[in-house]
Design a binder for this molecule. Structure first.
Ligand code: PMP
Length: 432
């Protein structure tokens, strides 16, 4: 099978004339894997239909929000009913309280929460709050972690920044970059060294408890626990960026899965049920430093938007009801095993990291525990693999340094079809 993508090619040419790079978010341009992206017409379950009429099995799933796949009927119905009442008021609505109550119920460390409209806003606001609360300016992040595109977070950033080789972007003033220190994920000594050098200066450590933006990496035994202790000893806040892992690593996020209580948590993706949402929350004594009770300013015209709240609240209630986590894990494991066997059969060296419904195939012969390990992967092999699967109607993330997202809508048949197609794709990699 080899699918035709002529209309997507033409649509990309048109888009390029009026949109920088033809896209509204860089990784969508598929630059790391090809010449043009696929333009989507619609989505249903685990499948998207593109404008050429091809039906593809989708492992991007909008980069995480769609844990139930595209167009889940219950979420769709909730949004439709909300639309009838109006799309935005800029005034309080009760659904915002229901949403906050649900987040507080489900995420162990959150006592109070504020809604924003993206993950970027969530991390940016959480860091302002951490700085306002501690009276300190410096923050620590890990190389290869991505926390959105705010100035002070585009330092050694993952995701598209890593894919395009601009992990530290022009346009970020030196004096802002200067306040961001970088450490190494899974290397507690790299954090200890920073705390020793910058005593009483570090407001917070922000970290993806399960990094998904240098490809998927898992925390080593004791690493997150040690970081919790270290931040506490030094009077710094620990901020978990659970924009990907929230409601995905478990119903209570990575913090519930690993039993660690951060001071603040950033959320996004799944909590919006497919609409634009972010949130940050945590200890009430810290959150009450936000305006209008406190003096740390943060605001948003569309924050707590009623459509987004309805989609998100419905998604969280449905997750509680359907409890899909064991099932998702089993399906992702089956995919991992099938892919590993297919790679082996063709003598391709690949390391597959998987947790819950997240997975990355790294084209490297070493285990991937760190950013440096991830960077040993062959982006050329990934490109061949990606294109071979696309020709078979399987839509992977268009970069080596991203996660595949598996949804409850991915059936056993979708998984088996993907494994069969991967046989051919690994064969193509082996031949190249
Ligand atoms: N944090 C993490 C861990 C993310 O993966 C992302 C986006 N992929 C963000 C923050 C930024 O979220 P947004 O794109 O909604 O601004």
């Amino acid at each position: 099978m080899s699918l035709n993508y002529d209309k997507s090619k033409a649509a990309y040419e048109a888009a390029n004339k009026v949109i920088p790079g033809g896209v509204n978010s860089p990784v969508r341009a598929f630059r790391a894997v090809g010449d043009y992206p696929i333009f989507i017409e619609s989505g249903q379950g685990a499948h998207v239909t593109d404008i050429d009429g091809n039906e593809l099995i989708d492992f991007i799933c909008s980069w995480g929000p769609l844990i139930f796949g595209h167009n889940d009927p219950v979420v769709q119905e909730a949004v439709m009913s909300a639309v009838q009442k109006g799309t935005t008021f800029g005034m309080p609505t009760e659904i915002e309280t229901l949403m906050a109550e649900k987040i507080v119920e489900l995420i162990p460390s959150i006592e109070k929460v504020r809604m924003v409209s993206s993950g970027t806003e969530a991390t940016m606001s959480a860091l302002r709050l951490a700085r306002g609360y501690t009276g300190r300016d410096k923050i620590v992040k890990c190389g290869g972690c991505y926390h959105g595109h705010a100035d002070h977070l585009l330092i050694q950033a993952g995701s598209g920044a890593l894919t395009f080789g601009v992990p530290s972007s022009p346009g970020v003033p030196e004096n802002i970059a200067h306040e961001t220190l970088t450490a190494t994920y899974n290397d507690i000594d790299s954090f200890k060294a920073l705390f020793a050098e910058y005593q009483n200066e570090i407001a917070a450590v922000i970290i993806e408890p399960i990094p998904g933006n240098m490809g998927l990496i898992l925390p080593e035994e004791g690493f997150l626990e040690a970081l919790r202790e270290l931040t506490k000893e030094n009077g710094s806040l620990l901020i978990f960026d659970e924009v990907i892992s929230g409601f995905r690593a478990s119903l209570g996020g990575a913090q519930k899965r690993f039993g660690i209580m951060p001071d603040l948590t950033c959320l996004g993706k799944i909590i919006g049920g497919g609409l634009p949402v972010g949130a940050f929350g945590g200890r009430a004594d810290i959150m009450d430093h936000l305006a209008p009770v406190g003096d740390v300013y943060q605001a948003g015209t569309l924050s707590g938007n009623p459509l987004a709240m309805k989609a998100g609240y419905t998604t969280l209630c449905e997750l509680q009801k359907r409890n899909p986590y064991a099932d998702l894990d089993a399906r992702a494991k089956r995919l991992e095993e099938g892919l590993a066997a297919a790679a082996d059969a063709h003598g391709v060296r690949a390391t597959i990291n998987q947790v819950g419904s997240l997975l990355t195939v790294f084209f490297t012969d070493r285990p991937v525990h760190t950013y440096a390990d991830a960077q040993t992967s062959s982006v050329d092999q990934y490109r061949i693999f990606f294109q071979a699967l696309l020709a078979e109607g399987i839509h992977l993330p268009p970069s080596q340094f991203e996660c595949w997202f598996i949804s409850t809508a991915h059936t056993d048949a979708d998984i088996e079809k993907t494994i069969q197609a991967a046989e051919k794709a690994f064969a193509a990699v082996a031949k190249a």
